[in-house]
Ligand binder design. Structure first.
Ligand code: ADP
Ligand code: MG
Length: 986
């Protein structure tokens, strides 16, 4: 009842809208009648005039208002152009066809709905291809491009050729992107007024432009103003769970860690032996009553191995504890500074548990690199370069070579330092079964606060790999995601989005809730006289298929064409075998060869034709009736199974009775069908059927039974909707992060002075770093640590004396380092060509973003897999995912900045690295750097204009905590109750 009332209200809202639009139709037709007197050129001049007017308006909303205002006249112009084209031959996919279409009134209505950014539902054969020309023309006038999205390449080509003739007549350009086009060609297509293409081509171009291209010239798209998605239900609903993915060789490896593992392991053993000696020494001293001396030794042990058993035991004794703490305090007072330094130097390394750092001492470095005291300090490249420049014995070429050599050495050094530091941390700060456990040959992190396992989480910046190397577990992944987006999120980029299909009404809620797209149902041009017969219901599949074959024989005998729809390729093949036995000629389609299929489908209306087709096959091509078929009742559509979704059934039925033709449709159903078995419809029906007294081999039909089937379908639809929503919610997290990262990436590409971004990073990172070293806990400011960091990040070759940090306030120290870093950077780049330096700076930023973003994607992938494995109290996996993704993202941003700093002085001045980077990209992603195209881009504002500030302000996903009710459906989308799914107590 409620439903019924709802339908009435919704229905009447739809009718009111149609009534309103009909008034405008009258207006359009009046204008169109007047246009007939114009010459072709006069008509065409309208296009140029409007384009010119719209170019003067920069505000997007004002432009829309202008478009609304000229809509009646613009539609009239398109319709009139179509009229003028009639009788002319146009080339469509290299075949000449004669233009014979003038927009019907209902098509004008459909066009207006599309212009409003809604979904227009128009039955198959109503001419949606032509409908789209109206809003495409109107919106293209704004000069920001209008896109039409089709389901396959063939349709993109066909429709852009066909409708392109109309646009060209009116003085607009029309392009088409296809799978095999090179970038420079694609770019031309995007710069046409109107562009046709498939959703995946549009989506991949977005990923390549924003995630991979390194210069503006290599980006092909130019913003996302307006798109019409054809067969919108199929794209936004059926394909909702398969994201577009560009993958490449995995960047996450443990190789380098494996290489350094043995030496680090030895070092750790050495330290361990040393600490054991210290422990027994301390114990003996205490036993001998030498408390003071014993405490001294324990303090040293604490620096080297804070969790040593002997020490922990000693700390349990209040008296000993006080003695040790007293020693500790005294060491951190100013007078004993040098003494402290000496104590540290007697260890191989010291461990700071709180800061999660391990610092190598001189002795440790000497052990790792005997005879090379500088192995852990980056060379002073600036001085070295200056020396090379001054060396008169060298030729220019030798200088470059020499510099490259020094640079390469520096890079290798840096890489090694990083690997060893991370390994050392893995060994000394991360304990198995405390911070992590090993499960199924994987390192699984344990949350330090709750003790919960967090499968899927990965530590960043190589630490996870280091722990994997330590434990000897290797996670092999040959390829990994380099860039990914769901189709849905791609379409959300558009300023205005519209869609068209024959079947949207049943999913109107979903379109509204997720995409903010309203559905308007447009009446058909001619009244639809299709007869939808009641379902025929059988006990078994065998009986059902036999009945289908019998029905086919009868229809074939009277030469009525039949289209048989199946849910799967398997069923198609089964039916085909049965038909062969009966010697009935037929064709099978399964959505593989779009072009041939389009031709076959087009012939499916010929007398006596039998066509078996899965759902998707031949979508977008309509079936015209051959001679004599109308008298024979038109096309007969037989469904061999009810689909999970009513929409797909409607799509199949809609294949017949186009444009007022006669037609017939019927579904054959059995109790053994998946839908009937799984969704409880069978139980209810068995009861009904028993009442009817159904016997073996008999079939049943009754409108009530149709209703039962539909109830089952509704239930499945609901469940699938929940799952899709769930997927999108997960994807939203990634989407926000992607927007921030791509924003920064584009900013680096577009910023005239990438150095500004680099300097901003310096200005932000150094003070924070200094602060963290200075933040006095009981151990006091860590000057040595700071010096270490500076020396292993920038090639300044600082000594403690030169730096003179001690006693200065952090701000002063930070300012001093910033100054030093900037000065030496200016020095380094002084002699270089400006443009080369800019490219290099861009490359450094992009490279850092790309490498770490990819590592992040890898980590996010495993997080997403892992989050469902966790047994939570009353926690929602989505929220867990959001929270952890948030933390990981904050970390990512920090790591990107650090990496930029690290690489600033490390990249070869002669652009070798840059060239190497460009060469390493898959060829088809970029076209060669071509000059002279800048001017085209000069005035373009695309979706790529987020400022870098966005990155810094970005808090993409907030942490949140929500309780789920135990009796609610589980948020993971399993369909079970929460309490018996993710909410089950572990
Ligand atoms: P849909 O996508 O709505 O199923 P199509 O765009 O494939 O329909 O068009 C179906 C057929 O209708 C095409 O063969 C087309 O030529 C024809 N058609 C569309 N509009 C008109 C029109 N206004 N006048 C004559 N034929 C039309
Ligand atoms: Mg179509």
């Amino acid at each position: 009842m409620v439903n019924w009332i709802l339908k009435k209200i919704v229905g009447s809202k739809n009718q009111r809208e149609i009534k309103r639009l009909r008034k405008i139709v009258t207006q359009i037709n009046e204008i169109e009648a007047r246009l007939t007197s114009l010459s072709d050129d006069e008509l065409r001049a309208k296009t140029a005039f409007w384009k010119n007017e719209l170019a003067k308006i920069s505000d997007l909303n004002e432009q829309q208002a202008y478009l609304d205002q000229i809509l009646p006249e613009a539609f009239a112009v398109v319709k009139n152009a179509a009229r003028r084209l009639c009788g002319q031959e146009v080339l469509v996919c290299d075949q000449p066809i004669v233009w014979n279409m003038v927009h019907f009134d209902v098509q004008l209505i459909g066009g207006m709905v599309l212009h409003q950014g809604k979904i227009t539902e128009m039955a198959t054969g109503e001419g949606k291809t032509l409908v789209a020309t109206l809003p495409l023309y109107l919106n293209a006038l704004a000069g920001r491009g209008a896109h039409l999205v089709t389901v396959n390449d063939y349709l993109a080509k066909r429709d852009s050729d066909w409708m392109g003739s109309l646009f060209k007549f009116l003085g607009l350009t029309c392009g088409c992107i296809q799978n095999d086009q090179p970038p420079e060609y694609r770019r031309e297509q995007y710069y046409c007024d109107i562009t046709y293409g498939t959703n995946s081509e549009f989506g991949f171009d977005y990923l390549r432009d924003n995630g991979m291209a390194t210069t503006r010239e290599t980006q092909v798209q130019r913003g996302y103003a307006y798109a019409i998605v054809d067969e919108v239900d199929s794209i936004l609903i059926d394909e909702a769970r398969t994201p577009l993915i560009i993958s490449g060789p995995s960047t996450v490896t443990t190789q380098n860690y494996d290489k350094y593992k043995p030496v680090v392991e030895q070092l750790v053993k050495k330290q361990s032996l040393l600490c054991n000696r210290l422990a027994s020494e301390a114990e003996e001293l205490f036993a001998a009553g030498k408390k003071e001396e014993g405490a001294q030794v324990y303090f040293k042990l604490k620096l080297g191995q804070p969790r040593h058993k002997s020490l922990l035991r000693a700390m349990e004794d209040p008296e000993l504890r006080r003695a040790i703490e007293k020693v500790e305090l005294s060491y951190y007072s100013d007078t004993l500074k040098e003494e402290l330094f000496r104590v540290k130097e007697e260890l191989y390394f010291t461990i700071d548990e709180r800061a999660h750092e391990a610092d190598l001492s001189e002795m440790g470095r000497e052990f790792l690199n005997p005879g090379d005291p500088d192995a852990f300090v980056l060379p002073d490249l600036i001085s070295e370069f200056a020396e090379i420049d001054l060396d008169r014995d060298l030729t220019d070429a030798q200088r470059i070579e020499e510099k490259a050599k020094r640079q390469a050495f520096c890079d290798k050094q840096a890489e090694r330092i990083h690997n060893i530091t991370q390994l050392l941390r893995a060994y000394c700060l991360f304990e198995k079964d405390v911070q992590y456990v090993i499960e199924e040959n994987k390192v699984v992190i344990v949350d330090e606060y709750t003790g919960r396992k967090m499968p899927g989480r990965r530590w960043s910046d190589g630490l996870h790999q280091a722990v994997e190397a330590k434990e000897g577990v290797q996670v092999d992944r040959e390829t990994q995601t380099l860039a990914t987006i769901t189709i849905q999120n791609y379409f959300r980029l558009y300023f205005k989005l519209a869609g068209m299909t024959g079947t949207a009404e049943t999913e109107a809620n979903e379109f509204h809730d997720i995409y903010k797209l309203d559905v308007v149902v447009i009446p058909t041009n001619q009244p639809c006289i299709r007869k939808d017969l009641n379902d025929l219901i059988f006990k078994t599949r065998r009986e059902k298929f036999n009945a289908v074959i019998n029905e086919l024989k009868v229809a074939h005998a009277r030469q009525q064409p039949v289209l048989v729809g199946t849910v799967s390729v398997e069923t198609s093949e089964l039916l085909s075998r049965m038909l062969k036995r009966e010697k009935i000629p037929h064709t099978v389609l399964n959505a593989k060869f779009h072009m041939q299929e389009a031709e076959i489908v087009a012939r499916a209306g010929q007398p006596g034709a039998v066509t078996i087709s899965t759902n998707m096959a031949g979508r977008g091509t309509d079936i015209k009736l051959g001679p004599g078929v109308v008298e024979n009742g038109g096309l007969y559509v037989i469904g061999t199974e009810r689909h999970e979704s009513r929409r797909i059934d409607r799509q199949l039925r809609g294949r017949c009775s186009r444009q007022g033709d006669p037609g017939l449709s019927r579904f054959y159903v059995s109790f053994e069908d998946d839908l009937m078995r799984n969704f409880g419809a069978a139980d209810r029906m068995t009861a009904i059927m028993e009442r009817f007294g159904m016997k073996e081999g008999e079939e049943l039909e009754h409108p009530w039974l149709n209703k039962s089937v539909e109830t089952a379908q509704r239930r499945v639809e609901q469940r699938n909707y929940m799952m899709r929503r769930r997927t999108l919610e997960f994807d939203d997290v990634m989407n926000m992060q992607r927007e921030v990262v791509y924003g920064l990436r584009n900013d680096s590409i577009e910023n005239e002075e990438p150095r500004k971004i680099v300097y901003e990073i310096i200005d932000e990172t150094i003070p924070a770093k200094v602060e963290s070293f200075m933040e006095a806990d009981e151990t006091g400011p860590n000057y040595a640590g700071l010096l270490n960091w500076v020396n292993s990040t920038f090639p300044l070759g600082l000594t403690a004396e030169k730096a003179g940090f001690e006693g200065k306030p952090p701000e002063e120290i930070a300012a001093w380092i910033i100054e030093k870093v900037k000065t030496s950077y200016e020095l380094k780049t002084k002699g270089e060509e400006r443009e080369a330096v800019r490219s290099l700076e861009r490359y450094i930023i992009l490279n850092a973003i790309d490498r770490l973003w990819q590592e992040h994607l890898y980590a996010m992938d495993s997080l997403r897999e892992g989050v469902h494995l966790r047994a939570y109290g009353q926690k929602d996996p989505l929220i867990e995912y959001k929270n952890e993704a948030y933390d990981m993202f904050v970390e990512l941003m920090g790591n990107i900045k650090n990496e930029v700093l690290h690489n600033l002085f490390r990249s070869t001045s002669n652009l070798q690295a840059f060239e190497h980077f460009m060469a390493s990209l898959p060829q088809n992603l970029l076209h060669q750097e071509g000059g002279g195209e800048n001017n085209i881009l000069g005035d373009v504002t695309g979706g790529a204009e987020q400022p870098a500030a966005k990155l810094r302000a970005a808090v993409p996903v907030r942490r949140e905590d929500v309780k789920v009710n135990r009796n609610d459906p589980c948020p993971c989308g399993s369909g079970r109750k929460y309490k018996s799914c993710c909410g089950r107590k572990a």
